[in-house]
Structures are given as structure tokens and as C-alpha cells.
Design a protein around this ligand. Structure first.
Ligand SMILES: NC(=O)c1ccc[n+]([C@@H]2O[C@H](COP(=O)([O-])OP(=O)(O)OC[C@H]3O[C@@H](n4cnc5c(N)ncnc54)[C@H](O)[C@@H]3O)[C@@H](O)[C@H]2O)c1
Length: 449
């Protein structure tokens, strides 16, 4: 099939590459000229495990192309996917200006080209967007076309696997012609028998928000549970196992930590709340989820501050992990950014390390650092970050932090003190190595050596 992907970010690049991998001709469009040039030159511009091999194979095989020219891509394709940003607008609802702006352009192109096309929303968009996109195209084009909702459920860090073997595919359409094309497109991806659910556009749109909001709620429930476990002297890690073994609950997405982040959960919870209000309904649980999550992002900062009796000024703090989760370089809404901001404001000096997200964090704080009283330095590896630091704070659960050399850590730190926002270690093991260890939802452990 001939496919255009408009917006070549985390979703667009993975989708485009995976569609090419199953034999389709794919043209990815982006307005970022520099990104397009780098992609054309064979550079995978994001960190996503497993993407590079597929990208190279399909680029070399002539199935994957990149352009800034929307017209060229639309005219060459039967299916046009929109994988554009839908950031929160000022009032918290999803900003549809990217999606509707491109829809308007597509309408103008189709008016000249006059061929049946299917325009597919892969961006996460509020209920009613398929109708809005349809109407936007109709402003300039009176011929035949369909608008389909096909929300994406891939997870950054395992996006290629998720895309190649999705748990399910959701397609919202009431057009028989579009349904047949979508069925054909996804057939190679569901050979093991995973379902492709066809439904109306509105139900498809809300399914995506429902999934993300439910997962954010589940994490938030665990974070609150962790907070109460600390107060009553229970251990959330064993509680998690005890409750997660119940087949009605399940083991996944029950890990407490320092709040959810990323480019999706925060904005999608907010947007579903907003859609509800706009339709005369207050989705109360989502308000609590957002409120609790905002607090949880600073739980580790509070623990560090308490430990130093309210004054971290002049303390040197090592930080392991900046990405909002492991196996990605994405730092959008990462809890690390909130913690770094709070610590720098309070006058702490930070020595940070992340395997993939350092460049993005440098760019994020570029030009801002002189406004803080503390200093931020980027380190070459995890142990370098510990050198003469007063303590370590762990913010992302990268695998390389899971089995560290505790003796080396102890020799580098000024004091063997760990604040672990991801519960990476067995408390007793860390204590027996001579550390003060403060984690989430577990008893505080003092050195036993
Ligand atoms: N990132 C995820 O894990 C994920 C998962 C599922 C769904 N989504 C949804 O998918 C959508 C895209 O997310 P993302 O993370 O890929 O965003 P992104 O910011 O990584 O990528 C968006 C791309 O669109 C480009 N762009 C902006 N305006 C354009 C225009 N007019 N024409 C062409 N390109 C344009 C940008 O330059 C950028 O490269 C969002 O709605 C998001 O909620 C994201």
C-alpha cells in the first residue's frame, strides 16, 4: 500500500518504519527540515531500541522516504496518517491546531488531485476530532475521502515490538471502503490472532484516553498506597506482590515511584477531564489523579530536604536517570525535571547522568541555568556522577543502575546515602553494605555495617 505519515516524531517515525517493514511504500513528512535531512542521511533521530535495524533496512530497500513536501506525499499515497502533536492548550484541552492545520492543507491538495484518500488520525485526539478533520478537508474539497480514527498504543522504549505485534488495533470508521483498507494494512501485524477492533470514530477516540487515564490512575493509586505504607510501617513492595497476584488485578503497572510523566499520560488525563467538563460531567477521579501526581513528583525532593533538615544549599547531589522512563531519551514531563528544578532553586549542586537523555536535558535547561542558585553538571557515567557527592538520588529505573558496585559507590560518595525514587534495591542488602537508604513506600533503612 502507499502510505504518507505526517509528523515524523516518536509515533510517526516508528509507525512509518514498521509499515515499510511489512512491504508498504511509506513517505514520512515533517516540517522540521533539519530532522528530515538527518533522516534522509540515514540518522535515526530518536533513541528507540530496535528501530535502527528496521530503519536502515527499509531506507536502503527504497520503501521508506522522507520529505518536507506534504503535497508530494499526499499525492503519492492512498492512506494519509496524521501523527502530529496534540499538546495541552492553555485550558488543558488538547490543542488541535497542528491536526486541523494539516487537514486544511490536505483539503487544498485533494481539490487539485481529486482522488479517493483515507485520512487517519493516529494522534491522540478528543472525541469529535474525526468529524472536525472531515469538515476541515471539506472546506476546500468536495470529492470522496474518509477520515478514520486509529489511535496508537505503542509505548516508548518498546515501541517497535508494540507496533509490530500490537495487543490490539483500534479502528474507528463507519466507511466500508476505509474499513477494508485498514483491515488489509494491519493484517500482517495481527497474524498471531490479536484483535483489530472496528468501532465508530467517537468510541475509538475515547478508547485511547480511557487506556492512558486508567493506567495513570493505577500508578497514582500505587503512589498513594506507598505514601500510606510509609506512615503505617508497611512495605509497599510486598503489598504490591500480594495484591497483584490476584488475577482480577494483575501484576503490571503497579510500581510506585515519583509520579508518572512522559508526553502522553499528563496531557491525556488533563484532556479527558476537560472533554468531560465540556460535556457537562465532572470526571472527579481524574482531578485527584492530577493533584496527587503533582505532589508525588516532588516526594523525593521532600525526603532529601528533610534529611538535610530543610537546607540543601551547597550540598552536592548525584542524580541517576533523567528520562521519564528507561529505554528512551524522551524527557517530556519527566519527574526528573521537577526535582532538578526544585533542588537547583534550593541551592543544591547536581551531578547528573542518564544513558540516553543527557542531550535533551542540556537543551531543556539551555540559557536557564544562570537563574538558579545551584549548579548543574553533566557526567560521563554513573560513577563519575557520584564523585564527592553528599548523596545519590535515583530518578529513572535504567537496567544499568540495578546491580551497581556498592563498594565503589561508597568510596566515591562523601556519605553513603541513597534516595531511591524507583525502589531498585533490596533495602536489607543496601543497608548491609553500609548505606542509609530511603525509598518509596518502604521502611527507612539505616546502615547495618
Ligand atoms: N510518544 C508516544 O509514546 C505516543 C504514543 C501514542 C500516541 N501518541 C500521540 O501521537 C501524537 C504524536 O506524538 P509524538 O510523541 O510522536 O510527537 P512528537 O512531538 O515526537 O512528533 C510530532 C512531529 O510532528 C512534526 N510536525 C509538527 N507540525 C507539523 C506539520 N504541520 N507538518 C508536518 N509535521 C509536523 C514535528 O516536527 C514532530 O517531528 C500525539 O498526539 C501523541 O499524544 C504518542
Amino acid at each position: 500500500m502507499k502510505i504518507a505519515i505526517v509528523g515524523t516524531g516518536y509515533v510517526g517515525l516508528v509507525s512509518g518504519t514498521c509499515f515499510a517493514e511489512s512491504g508498504n511504500q511509506v513517505i514520512c513528512v515533517d516540517i522540521d527540515q533539519n530532522k528530515v535531512e538527518r533522516l534522509k542521511g540515514g540518522e535515526v533521530v530518536i533513541y528507540e531500541p530496535g528501530l535502527e535495524v528496521l530503519f536502515e533496512r527499509n531506507l536502503k530497500g527504497g520503501r521508506l522516504h522522507f520529505t518536507t513536501n506534504l503535497k508530494q506525499a499526499v499525492e503519492a499515497s492512498d492512506l494519509i496518517f496524521l501523527a502530529l502533536p496534540t499538546p495541552p492548550g492553555e485550558d488543558g484541552s488538547a490543542d488541535l491546531s497542528y491536526v486541523l492545520g494539516v487537514a486544511e492543507e490536505i483539503g487544498k491538495i485533494l481539490q487539485e488531485h481529486k482522488q479517493y484518500k483515507v485520512v487517519i488520525n493516529k494522534s491522540t485526539v478528543p472525541v469529535g476530532t474525526a468529524e472536525k478533520v472531515h469538515a476541515k478537508i471539506a472546506e476546500n474539497y468536495s470529492g470522496e475521502y474518509d477520515v478514520v480514527s486509529n489511535p496508537e498504543f505503542l509505548r516508548e522504549g518498546v515501541a517497535v515490538d508494540d507496533f509490530m505485534k500490537p495487543d490490539r488495533v483500534v479502528v474507528g470508521t463507519t466507511s466500508a471502503q476505509a474499513k477494508e483498507l485498514m483491515e488489509q494494512l494491519y493484517r500482517p501485524f495481527v497474524r498471531q490472532g490479536n484483535p483489530v477492533y472496528f468501532m465508530d470514530e467517537r468510541s475509538a477516540e475515547i478508547t485511547k484516553y480511557a487506556a492512558n487515564s486508567y493506567l495513570a490512575t493505577r500508578i497514582t493509586f500505587m503512589n498513594e498506597l506507598a505514601n500510606i505504607c510509609e506512615k503505617v510501617g508497611a512495605d509497599v513492595e510486598v503489598v504490591r506482590k500480594g495484591m497483584g497476584s490476584d488475577s482480577r488485578i494483575g501484576k503490571r503497572f503497579l510500581f510506585p515511584g515519583i509520579g508518572y510523566g512522559g508526553s502522553c499520560f499528563p496531557k491525556d488525563v488533563q484532556a479527558l477531564g476537560k472533554t468531560s467538563l465540556q460535556n457537562g460531567y465532572e470526571f472527579k477521579i481524574l482531578n485527584s489523579v492530577m493533584e496527587v501526581n503533582d505532589k508525588q513528583k516532588l516526594v523525593l525532593f521532600e525526603k532529601i530536604k528533610d534529611y538535610y533538615k530543610g537546607d540543601v544549599k551547597g550540598k552536592t547531589i548525584a542524580i541517576w536517570g533523567l528520562a521519564f522512563k528507561p529505554n528512551t531519551d524522551d524527557i517530556r514531563e519527566a519527574p526528573s525535571l521537577y526535582i532538578i528544578d526544585a533542588l537547583l532553586n534550593a541551592g543544591a549542586n547536581l551531578q547528573v547522568f542518564d544513558p540516553e537523555a543527557m542531550e535533551n536535558v542540556k537543551e531543556y535547561f539551555n540559557g536557564e541555568l544562570e537563574n538558579y542558585s545551584g549548579k548543574l553538571s553533566f557526567c560521563t557515567d554513573a560513577y563519575h556522577a557520584l564523585d564527592k557527592a553528599d548523596c545519590l538520588a535515583i530518578l529513572t529505573e535504567w537496567s544499568i543502575f540495578r546491580t551497581p558496585d556498592f563498594a565503589q559507590m561508597k568510596s566515591l560518595l562523601l556519605s553513603p546515602t541513597i534516595f531511591d525514587g524507583r525502589n531498585l534495591y533490596d533495602s536489607q542488602v543496601v543497608a548491609s553494605q553500609g548505606f542509609y537508604y530511603n525509598s518509596i513506600g518502604r521502611k527507612l533503612v539505616l546502615s547495618t555495617s
